[in-house]
Design a protein around this ligand. Structure first.
Ligand code: PMT
Length: 413
């Protein structure tokens, strides 16, 4: 899958540098041409010869050892790279890049490249949580740099915590995702809803559900990687704002509806992966409701149906829903497809273990408007997101006028 791609692999001075050897090896096995740049500190952990042997290319360390060659080489590598991967990326390296410091070959190449840069941070948990580091990383993310979440577990310093470099296989999978996806959504605006909503009962209690936001965030990131301009309307969840995406944080279904409808005119595609509440308390107590001694009854009223409202004002847009079911999956999902005027619906049985709410994986059936049913086996939500977007891209191609301004949101189709 990486045939014909050039990966510049930056290795900085952390103990995880030894795992970068496996990254180089997997990239080469995947067909990529790999050029390794090591910082001086990285060479204290692993010898350049290891990377030279694995990548079949000279390893660059010192900017000045052979000025005639390297002055040109740093620009050549920056231009040649389809992606620059920094694994491990230390707090020092991330800090330098965030501050525009280019004082060695690696940081110079990072500054000079127009290719995507993927950082695989690795450090001690206290450093990872340090506000200076967080600000540096946030700055890079806002500029479109990509960073993977470090793993949690035993760290080289002897402590347990967050800061382990992601596993080599995960890094290579991320490289594949960044490099190999088609730009078939370029020029389109995709609005994705994600996560649960919270419907307040009183100032300290609310009604919500178990949605983690993972499915919606995966869709938003996949759409971004395929070139779309993406708005992610997210209910309360623990996931960080993805880079290069406009994230609108909302709490209630009413706020989610408002956020989606405000963007309807600009949208070519609307995907409802959120699990917004169906009912909310009819009144919200201004003060904490006292416990009392007996049972208590809450009167609920219907919430707004966000994706149903978008379906009503569909115009030429592609509108996609999800269905979270516990029984009679296909029958219930097909009814929602019709009732909400959707182009297709992604039905998941949320009682299936290892899929649905909170999981990194999902197993679904896609029901098309012509009645066709596609069974999609258990797979990472990040991969499923691409399967869903394949279908979205196919529908957009069949509606060529979608790329021109969409119809008036007030006009029903
Ligand atoms: O967030 P994760 O932990 O990754 O879990 C993913 C998921 C299980 C939440 C996701 O795969 C999923 O199924 N999302 C839809 C959840 C849901 O609300 O399903 P539903 O069958 O109740 O609703 C049908 C459709 O109407 C959905 O597109 C939903 O977003 C939409 N809806 C529902 C209620 C409401 N008030 N407004 C809506 O727009």
């Amino acid at each position: 899958m990486l045939e014909g791609k050039t990966v510049v692999l930056g290795v900085t001075g952390g103990v995880a540098a030894y795992k970068a050897a496996e990254v180089a090896s997997l990239l080469v096995k995947g067909g990529a041409e790999v050029h390794v740049i090591m910082t001086e500190a990285a060479t204290k952990f692993v010898a350049p010869l290891t990377f030279r042997t694995l990548s079949h290319n000279p390893v660059a360390v010192d900017m000045f050892s052979d000025p005639g060659e390297w002055n040109v080489r740093h620009v050549a590598l920056a231009e040649k790279a389809d992606i620059v991967v920094v694994a491990p990326a230390t707090a020092n390296c991330i800090g330098k890049v965030a501050c525009g410091i280019a004082d060695d070959l690696l940081t110079t190449v990072i500054m000079a490249t127009k290719a995507p840069v993927l950082l695989a941070p690795s450090m001690n948990q206290a450093m990872y949580e340090n506000p200076i580091f967080r600000a540096n990383l946030d700055r890079l993310l806002a500029l479109g740099y990509r960073a993977m979440e470090p793993g949690t577990g035993y760290l080289a310093c002897g402590a347990e915590g967050k800061g382990r470099m992601p596993e080599p296989e995960e890094i290579v999978a991320e490289v594949r995702r960044v490099l190999c996806v088609r730009q078939d959504l370029a020029g389109f605006t995709v609005v994705v809803t994600a996560g649960p909503t919270e419907e307040p009962i009183d100032p300290v209690r609310h009604i919500s559900n178990r949605s983690s936001g993972k499915m919606g965030y995966a869709l938003a990131e996949a759409a971004r990687d395929r070139g779309a301009s993406v708005v992610l309307v997210s209910g309360p969840c623990a996931l960080a704002d993805p880079a290069g995406i406009e994230v609108v944080r909302v709490r209630t279904a009413r706020e989610m509806l408002d956020a989606v409808m405000r963007r309807l005119e600009a949208a070519d595609v609307i995907i409802g992966a959120a699990a917004p509440a169906d009912w909310r308390p009819a009144t919200v107590a201004p003060q904490k409701i006292k416990k009392g001694s007996g049972p208590m009854t809450l009167e609920l009223e219907m919430c707004e149906d966000i994706i149903g409202t978008a379906g009503k004002h569909k115009g030429r847009r592609v509108v996609v829903g999800f269905a979270a079911e516990t029984h009679d999956l296909l029958e219930h999902a097909a009814a929602k497809l019709a009732a909400k005027n959707l182009d297709f619906i992604v039905a998941n049985d949320v009682t299936r273990s290892g899929a649905g709410f909170g999981s990194d994986l999902n197993e679904v059936s896609i029901i098309h408007s012509d009645g066709r049913i596609e069974e999609i086996p258990l797979m990472p939500k990040t991969d499923l997101a691409h399967r869903v977007l394949d279908e979205v891209a196919r529908l957009l191609r069949r509606k060529p006028e979608t790329s021109s301004p969409c119809g008036d949101p007030r006009e029903s189709s």
